[in-house]
Design a protein around this ligand. Structure first.
Ligand SMILES: *Cc1c(COP(=O)(O)O)cnc(C)c1O
Length: 490
């Protein structure tokens, strides 16, 4: 016990941080510099890491060198390189120097900002930065924090959806009585992200009351207001209670945009909560020429976009705005003795713990603030426009090749395309497109993903990685064409 202090761990030694921090930043900078040397999609087999790492944690410390060697030799082969300029799968998940620095600062401060008092700056910066972004998106006044509304950072669009669904559920149950839960009905198109289904399961919405309304090629997969109206009328006749509508601006499959104004009118006249999911495409709406896609958002009760997709803010940073913050806090507010404090008691402040599922929360607004300050909105607009232009170029290349077709019109930076069916054989065509996807992705030269639209297997090329340039898009198309011509010759 006498020497107890000598060997005690010093996990926050400033000089060690300085030294190791420099080395880690160098490591990451080198990674970015050489990122094109890796296969974009990791090619390892399930369980690969088990054989490479020991069965138990080390008793004694190891060196940073040893750890970084393992990162290089054992971890990176199992990494899919989302920041690669040839990553075109799903939707992008942007990192940036500004976002990275904000993340680093947040890790460094290490605060947990659940109530205002636990770090006033964390709450206040979040409110300010979300107001800034609401203004860039030209969201209606009611979403700003000076009235009853305001923005909050959630971990993901899925969480944002769950938070508003529960707020809407409890709001309607307060007026019709708790026993009506089994009568509550949720509406969305069949193109809506599966996050809504998950949220309904968690919120206890009866599965037979989730209306997944058909949207097809005739509207480019947007939900028709008439379809919604029909479903709502039918449910009302059956004595059910329509209470929640989720509309999309930029669906995950094909960037379909639902007609917000018309849908919102129906939601309003039936006293439903109207949520708008613009997880990916919301970023584009800071450009005046794309703002039209969220026209009608003034009829919404809540609006969500992921700054961690296409807005240079490192994962995770999902932005949710609501018009009525009290709907959120009434559904979630708890006030145990151990969290009581004067500012909260006096209702002088926002306590974000009541706007989300968990209690603890990170200082995530720092990274968004740094992105906005270090880049400025003009650069962010050009950044978005450049990706959209690259997507337009890719679309052009595809449409010039008779072996391929564009499946849905491109709106933002996602191109949905496929090999055309020979002799109208859709089944064979689907197999060819699946095989093409596999061949392209196992080349390691790029990574695409797919979706199904009206039974057609469709390839998705989502442009939006921060390092992507024209040459990467051209190269990607060359690889796709080569693999396709090889497949079609067979
Ligand atoms: C990506 C996406 C989601 C899910 O986002 P998470 O933040 O991963 O939960 C939801 N909706 C749409 C339209 C998306 O594109």
């Amino acid at each position: 016990m006498e020497n107890g202090n000598k060997n005690v761990l010093k996990p926050m030694d400033s000089e060690q941080l300085r030294e190791y921090g420099h080395r880690m930043v160098d490591f990451i900078a080198d990674y970015y510099k050489t990122i094109e040397d890796f296969p974009v999609l990791s090619q390892v087999q399930p369980g690969y890491l088990h054989n490479l790492l020991p069965d138990s944690a080390p008793d004694q410390p190891e060196t940073l060198e040893e750890v970084l060697d393992d990162v290089k030799g054992k971890i990176l082969p199992g990494v899919t390189h989302w920041q690669s300029p040839s990553f075109f799968a799903y939707y992008p998940s942007n990192s940036s120097v500004a976002g990275f620095l904000g993340e680093m600062l947040s890790a460094g401060l290490g605060i947990v900002g659940f109530s205002w008092i636990t770090s006033p700056a964390a709450t206040e910066l979040e409110m300010i930065v979300l107001d800034w972004l609401a203004k860039l998106l030209n969201l209606p006044e009611q979403f700003l924090s000076r009235g009853n509304g305001g923005g909050v950072i959630q971990g993901s669009a899925s969480e944002a959806e769950l938070v508003v669904l529960i707020a809407a559920r409890d709001k309607v149950l307060r007026s019709v009585g708790k026993k009506a839960l089994e009568k509550l009905v949720v509406y969305s198109s069949d193109q809506t992200h599966s996050a809504l289904q998950k949220a309904c399961q968690i919120a206890g919405i009866h599965p037979e009351n989730c209306r997944v309304l058909k949207a097809d090629y005739s509207t480019n997969y947007a939900l028709r207001p008439e379809t919604l109206q029909e479903a709502v009328s039918k449910d009302l006749e059956a004595g059910l209670i329509p209470f929640f509508l989720c509309a999309n601006v930029g669906t995950t499959s094909s960037t379909a945009v639902d007609p917000l104004a018309a849908l919102g009118e129906i939601a309003k006249s039936n006293e439903m909560w109207f949520h708008v999911d613009a997880a990916y495409a919301g970023s584009a709406c800071i450009c005046p020429e794309y703002r039209q896609y969220i026209d009608g958002v003034e009829t919404a009760d809540s609006f969500n976009m992921n700054a961690h997709k296409w807005f240079l803010t490192n994962f995770d940073c999902s932005l949710l705005w609501v018009k009525d913050q009290y709907a959120l806090t009434e559904a979630r507010s708890t006030n145990p003795e151990f969290l009581k404090n004067k500012a909260s008691q006096a209702n002088l402040v926002v306590d974000y713990k009541d706007w989300q599922i968990p209690l603890g929360r990170r200082f995530r607004s720092l990274k968004l603030w740094m992105v906005l300050r270090l880049y400025g909105s003009e650069n962010l607009k050009s950044y978005i426009r450049n990706h959209i232009k690259l997507a337009k170029d890719f679309e052009q290349l595809v449409s010039e090749d008779p072996n391929f077709e564009i499946v849905t019109p491109r709106i933002f930076s996602l191109v949905c395309f496929r090999i055309v069916p020979a002799e109208n054989d859709e089944k064979k065509c689907n197999n060819q497109n699946r095989n093409l996807l596999d061949a392209v992705n196992s080349s390691g030269k790029l990574f695409l993903s797919h979706t199904a639209l009206s039974g057609k297997i469709v390839l998705r090329c989502a442009i939006g990685a921060p390092l992507t340039e024209e040459k990467h898009v051209k190269e990607a198309w060359k690889v796709i064409q080569e693999e396709a011509s090889y497949l079609l010759r067979k």
